[in-house]
Design a protein around this ligand. Structure first.
Ligand SMILES: [Zn+2]
Length: 77
């Protein structure tokens, strides 16, 4: 029976640490990507009634203002 088993003392802890870091990397990468996709895919609207500028998910028709519910078309620059 060997006094120092290389596999159990070095390879297994390093393998577990690398697997843990890869798991955390994949988790945070997916989380950040979904967050930026949600914020990037928004369109700016300007309310003609209360003069408020707001963002919302792009839609085919007018989007109601969150303040006064007046439907407003998408801003074009
Ligand atoms: Zn408004």
């Amino acid at each position: 029976m060997p006094a120092f088993d290389f596999t159990s003392f070095v390879v297994l802890p390093v393998g577990v640490a690398v697997a843990l870091l890869l798991g955390l990397w994949v988790y945070y990468d997916r989380r950040d990507r979904s967050f930026y996709d949600r914020t990037r895919c928004r369109t700016t609207y300007h309310c003609l009634k209360c003069n408020r500028v707001y963002t919302a998910q792009p839609q085919a028709g007018p989007v109601p203002c969150p303040n006064c519910r007046h439907p407003n078309p998408q801003l074009h620059f």
